[in-house]
Structures are given as C-alpha cells and as structure tokens.
Design a protein around this ligand. Structure first.
Ligand code: PEP
Ligand code: MN
Length: 281
C-alpha cells in the first residue's frame, strides 16, 4: 500500500470511533470562549498554573497573587487527589474546593480541578469553572458520560497507556452526551524509559491537531516529573502546536504534599512565562 493510501485508510478506520471529535466532521478549530476575553484554542496560547493540590488557603492565596500578576487566568489545584498510594495525601475534599473558589474569585481567575468520581461531580461543578478528568479516569466511561451532561468545559487528560484513537474515543463519549466544550491534554505516557516520570509524546501534538479540532494542552509537569525539565518541554510543546500548557507551581516544593519534585518555584515559573511569550503557537 502506498503511504498516502495507507494514511487515508488509517485515518478513516480510526475516525469511525470518534466521528464527533474528528477534524473531518468539523474542519475549523474549536475556540472555547471562557468569558472576559479568555479564549482557548485561538491565536494565543493559554497557560494554566497552580499547585498540584490545594494545601491551605494562605499559601494558595500567596501563589495565586503571583500567578495572576503574571497574567495567569486559570488556577489549577486538586481537592480530590487520585494517588497511587492510599497512604499519600488524598486532598482536602470540599474544603479544598471552597478555598480554591474563594482565592480564584479574589484574583478574578477561573478554577480547574479534577473530578475523580461521579458521586463528586455535582459538588465539584458547584465550585469549578472547568472540570478536569485525570489520566487515571480517561476510560471511566460512566464518568465521561456524566461530565458529558455538564454545562462546564472539560479538560480530558490522556491515560499513560492510551493510544490517540482511544484518547479521542474517550473525548467522543463527552461530545456524544452533549457537552461540546472539550479540551484534550497530553501529559506523558509510559514507555521503557525510566529517566523521567513519563515520556512526553510530542508527536501527539501535531497528530491530534490533524485528527481533531479540539484544543490540545500539554502538561509538562506530569510528563517529566522534574521541574528542571519543564521549561524546555513547555517551549517544545508550544512550538509543536499546543494550544496551551498546564504547569504545577509551588512556593516550597520541598514541603509540597504531592508532586514537589515537578513543581516549579514561582520565580522560575515567571521567567518561563516570559520566555513562552516568544514562542509562537
Ligand atoms: C493532575 O493534573 O492533578 C493529575 C493528577 O494529573 P494526571 O491525571 O495527568 O496524572
Ligand atoms: Mn500533580
């Protein structure tokens, strides 16, 4: 089979799993309007930043002030944390959501936070502007159907072991249930390489941009697991065509309750934010 024929066969076969998410059905990029001039998927890239988890109100406020002054409009922070070990910090739950909402409102920021379970969806929807589906839940189909009925935008993260076809099929569940506000997030996959926490699938960025019209984010923090790698990987992601980044920042990474090693110091983040302005989408 010649390459062209093979490629078109492959794209046709694959896209039958994700008709609604396919670029074929929807040639124009989805530009999500999050209000007050904030658009995702348009000409400007969007940077989401914040701690891995909400730990306490004072430290989140201090960090949010720095981030907001740097032009960050979407604050991240987990209140319900999906942790590998049951002994690890599981998040502050509803108290974390309340803190996140209060702090974000003070600085006129949007809130993105993870929904880990259908039973918590209504609660998270009460406080969040954007619902995050974590990599571990990418194929939790009932949860996907449930957020598909929500009126809030959804950021769907790729599982460490999902193919792009599987990733887009998961996005399809959300679209099919009626929610058209879907953003994708590549956050590193598991490969034989052990030097970093995960391996960023840089190919996924231009491939997804071809396969779908949905905005594509990259999470360089989870992709690398190492704050010192985040600047290079962030720039590479934007250069490869990502619509945005989601970056973990913590004022005292050595004391963070989760993901300290990959959390950038605020001063390093500010430097990176400036450098990113120079990288075209
Ligand atoms: C997160 O962003 O908080 C997170 C848990 O990431 P992931 O689902 O990609 O592991
Ligand atoms: Mn994290």
């Amino acid at each position: 089979m010649c390459r062209q024929v093979f490629l078109s066969y492959y794209m046709t076969a694959a896209s039958s799993n994700y008709k609604l998410a396919s670029r074929k059905e929807h040639p124009a990029d989805l530009v999500l309007d999050l209000g007050d001039g904030l658009k995702v998927g348009g000409k400007e890239h969007v940077v989401i930043a914040g701690p891995c988890a909400v730990e306490d109100e004072a430290s989140l406020r201090e960090l949010a002030q720095i981030l907001s002054e740097a032009g960050i409009k979407i604050l991240r922070g987990g209140a319900f944390k999906p942790r590998t070990s049951p002994y690890s910090f599981q998040g502050l739950g509803e108290e974390g959501l309340k803190i996140l909402r209060r702090v974000a409102d003070e600085f006129e920021m949007r809130v993105i936070t993870e929904v880990i379970d259908i039973s918590k969806l209504e609660l998270v929807e009460k406080y969040a502007d954007i619902l995050q589906i974590g990599s571990r839940n990418m194929q939790n189909f009932e949860l996907l159907k449930a957020v598909g009925k929500s009126s809030k935008p959804v950021l769907l993260k790729r599982s460490v072991s999902a193919t792009l076809d599987e990733f887009l099929s998961s996005a399809e569940y959300i679209l099919l249930a009626g929610n058209q506000q879907v953003m994708l997030c590549e956050r590193g996959i598991r490969t034989f390489e052990q030097s970093a926490r995960n391996t960023l699938d840089i190919n996924a960025i231009p491939l997804l941009k071809k396969m779908t019209y949905l905005p594509v984010f990259v999470d360089p923090s989870h992709a690398t697991g190492d704050a010192s790698l985040v600047p290079a990987v962030s720039k590479a992601s934007l250069a490869a065509g990502a619509d945005g980044l989601m970056i973990e920042v913590h004022a005292h990474p050595e004391k963070a309750k989760s993901d300290g090693e990959q959390s950038m110091l605020p001063e390093d983040f500010l430097k990176l934010k400036e450098e990113l302005e120079k990288v075209n989408k």
